[in-house]
Design a protein around this ligand. Structure first.
Ligand code: GAP
Length: 445
């Protein structure tokens, strides 16, 4: 790769080519909220689709769920979020800034030139706990009795539906419940583009197992989840597993490890895999008064399942795939920016071009375009020199270019250009769907 990948380069390309825009940009933007543009939405859908396919559809032991974002307020008392989902914050009496008390060394205050909080003459208040859940009101009366929370994780939906899903789907441990959906956290230090935002999508799976089998399944999911990123194109040497030290563990976890990616700003968490023990089911049993244990008719044993949880972020994964795909090389003396996505994740699978805007080529190219768009997201482009058109597709990571030229009119063949090798080969139009399917869908899973 020529030139290091920086977040600035990725964010600029993302804006210019329609991957992601700042939320409400014409009003000056809303901090750490992002909107996915026409190609970004396809990329993120493909990431979620790849996750759902591997975590639900291809497995006998995992089923899906789609819960409401608003849940009974007692859910968040039982889960520990009301009491414990907090960050310690201090306020500076001079600049009125509010800072994470445990991150003061890395932060800068609002004064110019800015210093570390507390280094100016401003006095810092005592640390106070600040809850990260967004609150709103249900119904017409805005009082404390009507407070509901925007869920800060999707996981609790799986725990409170454990019995519903187990009985309706006739599953028994070991089995999992998976969900993709929005979560909200009033993060104090959001940032790094899509990495940490206040509204984001999670892809979480709660895997219920017999106590005693939890360690085995924990190891299984660590490997499986690490491999998933590699299978979908992330370079293995930019991924690592980091085991949490005991003082880092959440209150519910017996063990936890993160899949980390080496972003331009350093190694950071992509996904956490936790052994949540029987904490959640026991808490919900206690708070709801419902028995959430499982009776195994074969062994005549009753137990509260342990839970292994691989918890990923759809936006964070999308950012990692985008950063990892970013490359620059040199073509005919010019820098070419190319996103080398795995074909499964590429937002646009192929682009169709007439070489010239005459001699029946545009009409023929539209025919090929119509043929391909039945099956894939495909673009048609007839504007400008062919080299420029290829570059435009390279920049959004389109794996294949299909060009109609004078020979097409004579023998009904097109050229197929590969994004990575830039090699071209001639294919009969009546074989183009079959050839593309083999290369796109047959690409190593
Ligand atoms: N149910 C466990 C749980 O929510 P987490 O580590 O807090 O665990 C899981 O979140 C994943 O969700 C993270 O690894 C990350 O990918 C994503 N995530 C969490 N907070 C996020 C944020 N503010 N912005 C974007 N993604 C976030």
């Amino acid at each position: 790769m020529s030139g290091a990948v920086t977040m600035e380069k990725v964010a600029n390309l993302a804006k210019r080519r329609g991957f992601a825009f700042q939320s409400s940009e014409i009003y000056g933007g809303l901090a750490s909220c992002w909107d996915y543009g026409p190609v970004g939405v396809e990329l993120k859908r493909n990431v979620k689709e790849a996750w759902w396919r591997d975590m639900v559809r291809r497995r006998d032991d995992v089923v899906g769920l789609d819960c409401s974002i608003l849940m009974h307020p007692r859910v968040w008392e039982a889960s520990g979020h009301v009491a414990g989902f907090t960050d310690p914050m201090v306020d500076c009496k001079k600049c009125k800034g509010r800072f994470r008390a445990d991150h003061l060394a890395e932060l800068r205050c609002l004064e110019k030139p800015s210093k570390r909080p507390g280094e100016c003459d401003g006095e810092l208040t005592e640390a106070r706990q600040f809850n990260l859940m967004f609150k709103t009101f249900m119904g017409p009366v805005e009082d404390t009795a009507n407070v509901v929370f925007m869920r800060p994780e999707t996981a609790q939906g799986m725990f409170v539906n454990f019995l519903n899903v187990m009985t309706s789907s006739r599953n028994k441990p070991p089995f999992g419940i998976a969900q993709i959906g929005k979560s909200f956290r009033n993060e104090i230090t959001p940032g790094n583009f899509l990495f940490r935002t206040r509204e984001f999508e999670q892809m979480e799976m709660e895997f219920f197992v017999k106590p005693g089998e939890d360690e085995k399944w924990f190891q299984y999911w660590l490997e499986e989840r690490f491999d998933w990123y590699v299978r979908n194109g992330i370079k293995r040497d930019r991924l690592r597993l980091r085991t949490h030290a005991s003082d880092e563990l959440a209150h519910y976890a017996k063990g936890c490890a993160d899949v980390e990616y080496e972003f331009p700003f350093g190694w950071s968490e992509l996904e956490g895999i936790a052994n949540r023990t029987d904490f959640d089911l026991k808490q919900h049993a206690q708070y709801s008064g419902k028995d959430l244990s499982y009776f195994d008719p074969e062994t005549k044993e009753r137990f509260v399942p342990y839970v292994i949880e691989p918890a990923a972020g759809a936006d964070r994964a999308t950012l990692a795939f985008l950063v990892d795909a970013y490359d620059e090389d040199e073509v005919e003396g010019e820098v070419r920016t190319v996103l080398r996505f795995h074909p499964r994740l590429a937002p646009v699978k192929a682009a169709v071009f007439p070489l010239l805007r005459k001699d029946g080529q545009p009409e023929k190219a539209r025919e090929v375009f119509d043929l391909l768009r039945e099956r894939w997201v495909v673009q048609y482009d007839q504007a400008g020199a062919i080299g420029r058109r290829y570059r435009r597709q390279d920049e959004i990571g389109t794996p294949f270019g299909v060009t109609v030229d004078h020979q097409t009119i004579a023998d009904n063949t097109v050229t197929l250009r590969d994004r990575d090798t830039m090699q071209q080969e001639r294919i009969p139009i009546d074989r183009i769907v079959e050839v593309l399917a083999a290369r796109l869908e047959g690409a190593k899973a």
